[in-house]
Write a protein that binds this ligand. Structure first.
Ligand code: DOR
Length: 404
């Protein structure tokens, strides 16, 4: 399998041809020298004319809800992976709040195997931090294995109320080189003050992680206090990373949309935007959480985010805040790939051909009815953003192309 991408714009400027063979970038030639039909293999390659488009390493989402097993009325592996590649993602990390909760390596491997067999994107399935989300037992983590298929553990959707149990789970995961993804929320406070619920548990978790020399990643950080506490801990050398979501960067509490953590006051949004534009955020993750219309009407929190993440982030960070595109690529591709234990995907010879092509100039109005995801629950419906994903390439194969 070979593929020649002609005339692709590069994130740092300039233009190049990219020749891919057997899933790897074999040659990149700047526009002046170009790749022409200098040998038979290249002349036989499939071609994409990428004139006017920008090529980037494909995105990796550390925070996706794929809803398998048990909730396939909200999303199937097919529709979830199709949504991913339409958004420019060739890897996603699926949360464990399925039905039943994913609490074993075997189950995780089974789900990931089914999803990976679709050939669209790499799927990493999380195992829960506590067994079946019982908040008590971590015995199921004893069967994790170093370098195994399970890269992350997560209780996403809830915090772990008992600090001792939390610490035990994090230490067990770390012992296997598995990364804990933390949903910091003290549920006993959620009905009183959702920001305090997030901040209290973030502070407790940071304290334990630092005191016991653990490593962990904080999910969907949404308040100024939590983000600042994590930045301070990083400054002190703690082995922590964190993600923010496109919706917490782009929207504030004036938008009436239920998601957990909730959309926050403008001061929090502004802080997240400022630190992200300054390059201090590790990862932008979608928290793609599909729900049916009736579940949503009944109050289910969450939004679908895979198909809107790039245009939303490109607009609010690069167009409006002047953040370099290369920084956005670090947060949407390089850093999440590294945290998921994936090989680096640089625009360089010898690197995996996991690529995305985007039109950075087009303005596009979000139309939820056209999503590949089964979920239509998005606060971005009808909003206009700049930038659109036109194609996704995984291992040299075109897994999505906008042929309109
Ligand atoms: O809004 C959310 N929805 N937040 C979560 O933590 C879970 C997610 C879901 O699974 O629907």
């Amino acid at each position: 399998m070979s593929l020649l991408i002609k005339n692709a714009g590069l994130p740092e400027g300039g233009q190049a041809d990219i020749y891919i063979e057997n899933g790897v970038i074999l040659h990149i030639r700047r526009a002046e020298s170009g790749i022409e039909d200098y040998d038979a293999r290249v002349s036989l390659a499939d071609r994409i004319d990428a004139s006017g488009l920008c090529v980037m390493p494909a995105f990796a989402d550390m925070h996706t809800h794929l809803r398998t097993p048990g909730q396939t009325h909200k999303e199937t592996l097919e529709t979830g992976c199709a949504a991913a590649v339409r958004g420019g993602y060739t890897a996603v990390c699926a949360m464990a709040n399925t039905d039943p909760v994913c609490s074993s390596s075997e189950q995780a491997q089974f789900i990931a195997g089914e999803a990976n067999a679709l050939g669209l994107c790499d799927v990493f399935q999380c195992v829960s931090l506590t067994d079946g989300f019982d908040g008590k037992s971590t015995r199921h983590l004893d069967s994790l294995s170093p370098g195994g298929a399970v890269r992350c553990v997560s209780e996403d959707g809830r915090g772990v109320a008992d600090g001792a149990v939390f610490l035990e789970a994090v230490r067990k995961a770390n012992a296997f080189g598995v990364l804990p993804l933390i949903h910091a929320e003290d549920a006993r406070f959620s009905h009183v003050d959702t920001a305090a619920a997030e901040d209290l548990e973030t502070l407790r978790d940071l304290y334990l992680i630092e005191k016991y020399g653990c490593a962990a990643h904080f999910c969907h950080v949404s308040t100024r206090a939590s983000a600042q506490a994590i930045l301070d801990a990083k400054q002190r050398g703690a082995a922590v990373t964190f993600e923010v979501t496109p919706h917490h960067l782009a929207l504030n509490e004036s938008v009436d949309f239920r998601v957990n953590p909730p959309l926050r006051p403008e001061a929090d949004r502004r802080f997240l935007l400022d630190i992200t534009a300054a390059g201090l955020t590790d990862v932008i993750a979608t928290d793609h959480a599909p729900h049916t219309e009736s579940d949503k009407r009944a109050g289910a929190p969450g939004l679908v985010g895979l198909e809107t993440a790039f245009p939303v982030c490109y607009t609010v960070l690069c167009v409006q805040m002047g953040m370099p595109l290369t920084a956005l690529i670090s947060m949407m591709s390089a850093n999440p790939r590294r945290l998921l234990g994936m090989p680096e995907a640089r625009l360089g010879e010898g690197f995996p051909a996991d690529l995305v092509l985007a039109d950075l100039n087009v303005r596009h109005t979000v139309g939820a009815s056209g999503f590949a995801s089964l979920g239509r629950n998005t606060p971005f419906d009808g909003m206009t953003y700049q930038g659109a994903v036109c194609a996704a390439i995984k291992g040299g194969n075109v897994v999505y192309i906008d042929d309109k």
